[in-house]
Design a protein around this ligand. Structure first.
Ligand code: GDP
Ligand code: MG
Length: 371
């Protein structure tokens, strides 16, 4: 029969180890947090705490899904879509991100200086806030997915009309399909003399991307990021896709967020840009993120302005971390510092253990690794 350490079970349940020990004592078992209990006892205990019995995998703990509890449907409110821009090098990803940033009607009022924090929000004329991931290359999308984090709701595939489908275009299609994320094709550089959108639409068929112009259901929009043409249509397409997805989250709970960038800043210490998945992150919140923990000292938006709170789909820089986490790590607000340290230490130990296990264990493997 499987056995689990009391502390490990406590971590999975987001409860204190000591509370489990107490409950076990009341059930007639004298154990310490470091001792193991059998599966039946574990299930009794889990039920005792009013949790659903759900065997959470080791991977879940490492990624950091602390709150695996579901929100009540009645508590869910619409949230902005999170959009990633992918495509071949030089097809205009950065230009498009810059052009889209310019569609924001609120930025001017904010008056701050645009900062690169890994993501930004715009509210174009006519409403409908959109969050854009603004990370170099495909890293944000693929690295984070490999680590189990899935923050992207919609992918915009940028294809230069004068260059067509290239290796990274095809790679992006593969990643997007594998993730099951809906795609919008933006045919860029329409201002150029050699622009040939028809060939692109036809070639996309070979990769099972059937755009609307070919009677499929993938929206395609012709744009020029340089001339800022077709942006309204692209935004319309994003809003339409977002509506179909019915994106919702509960804003009224302790926050859970995903790290999209992290760094050690000379002046400010460890800084992580997170995207809030659900709940509302507030100044003063105590949290654990990856194997780090902290207390929110400040939240800074993409205009370099301090904000007091960040709700679902909002990207913010978080200050007040014990160290820099990794992209894809999950941040979760917990009730107190003791709990934050407990989970962070557990995760650090789990990561170390995993490294030991995955290291070559016998001499042959060791030599094979160097062959
Ligand atoms: P990225 O590598 O995908 O980020 O591509 P960039 O945004 O850096 O663009 C690569 C080059 O294409 C730059 O010289 C841009 O000025 C140019 N470019 C981007 N969009 C357009 C466009 O719509 N029309 C034209 N003519 N050039 C563009
Ligand atoms: Mg670029």
């Amino acid at each position: 029969p499987e056995a689990i350490a009391v502390q490990e079970l406590a971590n999975r349940m987001s409860e204190k180890g000591a509370d489990l020990v107490k409950a076990l004592f009341n059930m007639g078992s004298m154990v310490t947090v470091n001792q193991t209990i059998d599966q039946d006892t574990a299930e009794l205990l889990v039920e005792e705490f009013g949790h659903n019995v759900k065997r959470v995998s080791e991977a879940d703990i490492e990624v950091g899904l602390i709150g695996t509890d579901d929100d009540e449907a009645a508590d869910l409110k619409p949230r902005p879509p999170v959009v990633a821009i992918m495509g071949h090098v030089d097809h205009g990803k950065t230009s498009l991100l810059d052009a889209l940033r310019g569609t924001d009607v609120i930025a001017g009022e904010a008056g701050g200086i645009t900062q690169h924090i890994g993501a930004y929000q715009v509210t174009p004329k006519g409403g409908g806030t959109i969050t854009f991931l603004d990370t170099p290359g495909h890293e944000a999308f693929t690295d984070m997915r490999m680590r189990g984090a899935n923050v992207t709701d919609i992918v915009i595939l940028v294809v230069a009309a004068d260059d067509g489908l290239m290796p990274q275009t095809i790679e992006a299609i593969k990643h997007t399909k594998a993730a099951g994320v809906p795609m919008i094709v933006a045919i860029n550089k329409m201002d150029k003399a050699g622009a040939d959108p028809t060939t692109i639409r036809t070639r996309l068929l070979e990769h099972e991307v059937i755009v609307e112009a070919m009677s499929g259901d993938v929206q395609d929009v012709e744009i020029s990021a340089l001339k800022k043409e077709g942006l309204d249509k692209l935004i319309e397409a994003i809003n339409l896709q977002a509506e179909l997805l019915e994106l919702k989250a509960n804003p009224d709970r302790d926050a859970e967020a995903t790290v999209i960038e992290a760094k050690l800043d000379k002046g400010r210490g460890p800084v992580a840009t997170v995207l809030v998945n659900r709940g509302t992150l507030k100044r003063g919140d105590i949290f654990v993120v990856g194997s780090e923990s902290g207390k929110v000292r400040a939240l800074v938006d993409e205009h370099g302005k301090q904000v007091k709170t960040a709700g679902p789909s909002k990207p913010v820089e978080v200050l007040g971390l014990s160290g820099a986490p990794m992209a894809g790590d999950m941040l979760a607000v917990v009730e107190d510092e003791g709990r934050a340290r407990e989970v962070a230490e557990y995760r650090a130990a789990a990561i170390k253990k995993k490294r030991l296990v995955t290291a070559p264990t016998n001499v042959d493997a060791l030599f094979a690794a160097h062959a």
